[in-house]
Ligand binder design. Structure first.
Ligand code: RB5
Length: 152
């Protein structure tokens, strides 16, 4: 399993922190940014979303100041389900119920230790299926109806 990870300047230090601690345990595709110099988060949301959609990665992590801008941008892609995670429970439920293929973290809002734990919780939780699959299929129908194109 390969995990694409990207951040803007606000998320750069947390991205580094996560890669330093989990880089030997999981396979990451780091799409940048590579410094704390100001950049625009939609550019990195696009790189991670496209890595998933073209098969270069299975899952993604996006980090900005709040996690919000990254989630708004990534969710413009059909087939991308990006969830802002802000607790142990939301980290688990983002996979269990929503089968989110990207989690978004707000580096300016959370502790790095919490973020690290939430990443591992999300990675190691399974999608429950059942009624949650029915709901996800409704989201996919929405994508087709509203956006006019079939997702993967
Ligand atoms: C950058 O200053 C900040 O706006 C960005 O990281 C993010 O929080 C946007 O949602």
């Amino acid at each position: 399993m390969r995990i694409a990870i990207g951040s803007d300047h606000a998320g750069y230090e947390l991205k580094k922190y996560i890669l330093d601690r989990l880089g030997s345990k999981y396979e990451f595709l780091d799409v940048g940014t590579d410094s704390s110099e100001s950049v625009d988060y939609p550019d990195y949301a696009s790189l991670v979303a496209e890595a998933i959609l073209n098969g270069d990665a299975d899952l993604g992590i996006l980090i900005c100041g709040t996690g919000i801008g990254m989630s708004i941008a990534a969710n413009k892609y059909r087939g991308v389900y990006a969830a802002v995670v802000y607790s142990d429970e939301t980290a688990a439920l983002a996979k269990k119920h929503n089968n989110a293929n990207i989690i978004c973290l707000g580096a300016r809002m959370i502790s790095y230790g919490d973020a690290l734990r939430w990443v591992e919780t999300w990675l190691n939780t399974e999608f429950e299926g059942g009624r949650h699959l029915r709901r996800i299929n409704k989201i996919k129908s929405l994508e087709e109806r509203v956006c006019g194109q079939k997702s993967r």
